[in-house]
Design a protein around this ligand. Sequence first.
Ligand code: AMP
Ligand code: GLY
Length: 428
Amino acid sequence: MKILVVGGGGREHAIAAALARNTTTEIFSVMAKRNPGIGDIAKNVLLVKETEVSRIVAFAQENKLDYAFIGPESPLEAGIVDALEAAGIPCVGPVKSAARIETDKAFCREMMEREGIAGLPKYRVFHSSPEAEEFIQNYEGDLVVKPIGLTGGKGVRIMGEQVDRSGAIEYVRSLNGEAVLEERLIGEEFTLQAFVDGTHLIPMPLVQDHKRAFEGDIGLNTGGMGSYSMPDHMLPFVTKSDYTKAIEIMKAAVAAMERAGQPYKGILYGQFMNTAQGPKVIEFNARFGDPEAMNVLSLLTTDLSEIVHHIAEGTLLPSHVSFDAQATVCKYLVPEGYPESPHAGEVITVGPHSNALLYYANVEKTGEVLVTQTSRTLAFVGIGETLAQAEQAAEQAASEVKGRVRHRRDIGTDALLEKRIAHMKELR
Ligand code: AMP
Ligand code: GLY
């Protein structure tokens, strides 16, 4: 099989590595900047922006590719799946109209409401700044302000935490009133990713990401600083009943898309807030999470190339998907100053890391020299029988990296996990 991987981050390195575990699969890559990890795996690389749809389709046709796996959201929004499928190349990833589940937050909320899907927070969609401003002025309690379109996970402002009322008003004004305003949910976040073939949904292990830049969950939101998963594929602050509800919500979303004549095919990512009342949907994404892809794909024991085939054919079964019963901890190294003013162009040196997997992201490699860029640099994934073992493996590798990069030492530690569990106990 010849499979195109679109995207050049840590997530796409993990996708390419998992696909390539099938030795009969040949990987082709499209990415804006050369990811050295993907570069080593791929038979052929096209360096263009992931939204350059017609050039990507031409590359796929020239190389007679069988399937494409779309990593990031921006090419989905640009209609890459529509174009590749029109050229006879089936994709893991939804067509543009179905990707609206992520790319249009108003579409997502309105679909959940229309279909009576559980886990919907109180929300209002606005297209006018004066109306949104008035709503904020009169709202009692904390609100979350979300731009309707894509923001790379960095566009959300939480009133009562990151901004006050006048800051929220200023923010909706800067968005020309194109915003979803919703109640601020209190709880613990978790990620549930699933393979979806249009009809069937097969879940992956639960993961918890860490969005904030610094230890103790302070600082700005980032693309994600790291993430962990547990040997039982659950999280200790998510009960069996919470989990069942989350799965039902995801299945209801897939069924709703199918009923609306926009069957959803690809990876469905559910970002949930586990609240006192159970899981609520923060958002759906139309792709793997980055970093969360690295946790789950490092544990996948079945063949991802085969899964791609079954997603394309609509024949996905639970027996096609299985994961090792181990814990994972993923830690991203990021340039100093990330995310506001990242130090790019710094030489870094990776130390011994034989106990962890290395996934490259936004980093240039010339010979053996690695140079930072403006986004997340590279990640280590530790795998172990226990969370502590996985954490030690990732931490050891991350702390051996020399140069102007940093990482969150607290991700995957028992102390942080205890804090999450205690928070959930306090809420319930
Ligand atoms: P998003 O871009 O929707 O993933 O939001 C980024 C982050 O903002 C989430 O991971 C949450 O931490 C936070 N967030 C988004 N929506 C809400 C909400 N309704 N209540 C509380 N926090 C939220
Ligand atoms: N890690 C969050 C995301 O990929 O959106």
